[in-house]
Design a binder for this molecule. Structure first.
Ligand code: ADP
Length: 327
């Protein structure tokens, strides 16, 4: 079976390789200029004020650089980064332990913050606003609230679905920054830096070819690049050319529009099973046997951006472009 490029679930091997290619400083972080301008100002202001940077919410599809940016922010602030996954924090005690561990100006990064349990989320309200933990002890008439002071810290929340955040949580973030898909010329720059890190020499054409087929996503560009490196290595090629890229794309089952097998399966089901729609997300998910959230958060944003599917009040419909592309 072809190696599926799912941007959500990463294997340990993926993660290890990602560490290698993560931007090590702001000059290696390409694109997202609006986001970077905001962050640059906030970091500088925090350093001058000698206090924690304001809380910030980063939203956008997976693989666009939210975690990488959080790492660069904590580095620039000279503080420690604590990484947690929202849905993995199950109990109030777990988040309390994380929060009480923070030192002044530390950065707490909560990934998939929209999937956090509501009881855990509620602990964050006073922690974010007043750097204070309010913990209810006991039950009924004897219940009382205990308060614990926290070190001033910065919360960076990352979400693929900012619309699913509750209002009280969203309102506590001073900055809301949105990541867009990358244009091919930006991905080409990322690929150039990473090819250098991997000691790969690549033709201009090969680089652009990968950039155009990476779903506007650096994580995917990096994955294709690694597979291209494998081909070059095995074939003893001195320079990566069109041929190696074509072979890697074929192996990864990526087509001319940069769509992978799951993207095409979604479009194909919509065309052949639902006659182009409109079809609701529940029905689509059941027919595909794929989790609803994964379709909405991982696949759909790019298909919408490329105008392959359209969202209507009655459900998703297939565009003419998609109808022509899919057999
Ligand atoms: P997210 O947290 O949004 O899912 P990551 O920060 O984990 O995305 O990014 C995935 C990979 O893509 C990183 O390991 C990094 O190599 C690469 N990457 C993402 N954004 C950029 C960027 N702006 N410049 C260079 N590389 C990037």
């Amino acid at each position: 079976m072809a190696d599926r490029i799912v941007t959500g679930d990463l294997t340990q091997n993926d993660r290890d390789q990602e560490v290698q290619l993560r931007p090590q400083n702001f000059s290696e972080f390409i694109g997202q200029q609006k986001v970077i301008d905001n962050i640059d100002l906030m970091v500088k202001s925090s350093i001058m004020r000698k206090t924690a940077m304001d809380h910030v919410l980063l939203s956008g599809p997976p693989g666009l650089g939210k975690t990488s940016l959080a790492m660069l922010i904590s580095k620039a602030l000279g503080s420690e980064l604590h990484l947690v996954s929202g849905p993995a924090i199950e109990k109030k005690g777990d988040i309390a332990a994380v929060l009480t561990n923070l030192k002044p100006k530390d950065v707490l990064f909560i990934d998939e913050i929209h999937r956090m349990h509501i009881t855990v989320e509620e602990i964050l309200y006073s922690a974010m606003e007043d750097f204070r933990l309010d913990i209810l002890i006991g039950q009924g008439a004897s219940a009382r609230t205990m308060q614990i002071d926290l070190a001033p810290f910065t919360l960076i929340g990352a979400t693929t679905r900012s619309g699913l955040l509750s209002n009280p949580l969203r309102d506590r973030f001073m900055a809301h920054l949105n990541f867009d898909f990358y244009e091919p010329d930006m991905l080409a720059k990322i690929l150039m830096n990473n090819a250098r890190k991997m000691n790969l020499v690549m033709s201009e054409e090969a680089k652009m070819q990968i950039a155009k087929r990476s779903r506007g996503t650096p994580r995917i560009a990096n994955r294709i690049l690694r597979r291209v490196r494998d081909f070059a290595l095995v074939n003893n090629s001195k320079q990566v050319e069109h041929k190696e890229v074509q072979a890697a794309l074929r192996l990864l089952d990526i087509d001319d529009l940069g769509l992978d097998s799951m993207d095409r399966k979604i479009l194909s089901v919509m065309k052949n099973y639902y006659q182009g729609g409109p079809v609701g997300i529940e029905a689509l998910s059941a027919t595909l046997g794929e989790d609803k959230q994964t379709i909405e958060e991982v696949y759909e944003p790019y298909l919408l951006k490329e105008g392959l599917i359209l969202r209507t009040p009655r459900g998703r419909t297939l565009s003419e472009k998609a109808t022509k592309h899919i057999v």
